[in-house]
Design a protein around this ligand. Structure first.
Ligand SMILES: [Zn+2]
Length: 141
């Protein structure tokens, strides 16, 4: 896997989503990265910094979650964690795995948008009736 192309793809997708919803910034992006996807998290983080420079995504925190690899043997109806390096023979019968159930994921799990009030500052309306709500942080006896 080429981390740079992955980073660019993530930034492109989040940028498109930000444009369509009028978001002013991105607080964080959480990715699911399969253990067997061949992505080096450090390299991805580095490429992400480069890819998001100058975009609405710049400054977002990249959170990478590793999804463990799991394989399945159909005759035994058994799933097992393949680990790294991957063990693709069934621990039950020694046959080859029929399928990888998980571990090759590369997907955006969650995007947190930046709070617009933080960027734009609070607008004060001089016409608005003044009302004060003072709630003490500690109880006053
Ligand atoms: Zn088996």
């Amino acid at each position: 896997m080429h981390e740079m192309s992955l980073a660019v793809a993530v930034v492109d997708q989040v940028e498109a989503a930000a444009t369509s919803r009028g978001a002013v910034g991105v607080s964080s992006i959480e990715l699911d990265v399969g253990e067997l996807a061949g992505v080096v998290a450090d390299a991805l983080a580095f490429c992400f910094e480069l890819a998001c420079a100058g975009t609405v995504v710049e400054g977002a925190e990249l959170i990478t979650r590793t999804v463990p690899g799991t394989a399945r043997c159909a005759p035994c109806a058994e799933d097992w964690a393949v680990g790294m390096p991957p063990r693709l023979l069934c621990p039950g019968c020694g046959g080859a795995a029929d399928e990888l159930v998980s571990g090759r994921e590369l997907r955006i799990r969650e995007v947190r948008w930046a709070d617009p009030e933080v960027r734009e500052g609070r607008r004060a309306d001089p016409e608005a009736p003044r009302e004060e709500h003072r709630h003490p942080i500690t109880e006053e006896n």
